[in-house]
Design a protein around this ligand. Structure first.
Ligand SMILES: [Zn+2]
Length: 258
């Protein structure tokens, strides 16, 4: 990742070396670390067409989970054993003190998030990061808990199933503020921090991944708090043209919108 050439700016700490003893979710395959390729550039446009395989149960599994532009959604799942190899904790405010995996993002995204927060704070705002990386097993537990609470149909509209969450890529972060009680709520979109995020996230390489009015395309209801790192160039393009990541892939590669 070329942008890491300026790694001197990255104040985040590498989790494996931090000694912070993060509460790591149970891994079923600790003996066999997943193959990751974050040091490789994204596939060429042509190879983007062949970035899934079909598993034994007929589901599409992405084959480029470490690509910055990886497209993950309800029809394109991450491999259960995928964990990014360059997770770090961005030095931004969180409304909790514990050292947990949800602080982490991939290095390039973490650096961009620090710049985004610096930009927001320069404009007098006070966003907080709430939830970044989430392992497959953790997402499984969250979905199961939500089914218990609201039933499967509603859970499917609002919470990702294991393997279908962008949080497993290490490229997503949920943002909140004091005004909404540090929760994840649609009301965040109407707060100064939420409005700033919608208007400025692209300047730092992030998109509002699940915008209002695109539910039928993304498969998720409006989430003004969920930002996804895609890099500055693509983020600017999606912002200018009001496109979701699915629509971008459809437009550029001929798949993405089902
Ligand atoms: Zn999220």
């Amino acid at each position: 990742m070329a942008s890491l050439a300026g790694a001197g700016l990255l104040t985040a700490s590498v989790i494996w070396l931090s000694g912070g003893a993060p509460v790591w979710p149970k891994q079923s395959n600790l003996q066999t670390p997943p193959p990751v390729a974050s040091d490789k550039p994204d596939p060429s446009p042509l190879t983007f067409k062949n970035t899934t395989r079909v598993d034994e149960e007929g589901r599409q599994i992405v084959t480029n989970p470490a690509a910055v532009l990886v497209l993950v959604n309800k029809t394109r799942r991450l491999p259960p054993d995928f964990v990014p190899e360059d997770l770090v904790a961005p030095q931004v405010p969180f409304p909790f003190t514990a050292h947990e995996p949800r602080r982490f993002m991939r290095a390039e995204a973490a650096l961009a998030l620090e710049k985004l927060f610096a930009g927001a704070e320069a404009d007098g705002l006070r966003p907080y990061a709430l939830s970044g990386f989430r392992a497959f097993e953790r997402q499984y537990a969250i979905f199961a808990a939500q089914v218990q609470r609201v039933g499967e149909a509603e859970a499917n509209r609002t919470v990702a199933r294991a393997g279908q969450s962008e949080h497993q890529t290490g490229l997503a972060m949920d943002i909140t503020s004091r005004e909404v009680g540090f929760t994840l709520t649609v009301d965040f979109g109407a707060t100064p921090e939420g409005k700033w995020l919608a208007a400025n996230a692209h300047r730092f390489g992030f998109i509002i991944r699940y915008p209002e009015g695109k539910e039928h395309i993304t498969g998720y209801s409006y989430e003004p708090w969920h930002i996804r790192y895609v890099g500055a160039e693509i983020a600017q393009y999606l912002f200018t043209h009001s496109l979701t990541l699915e629509e971008y892939f459809q437009q550029k590669y001929g798949f993405g919108v089902d």
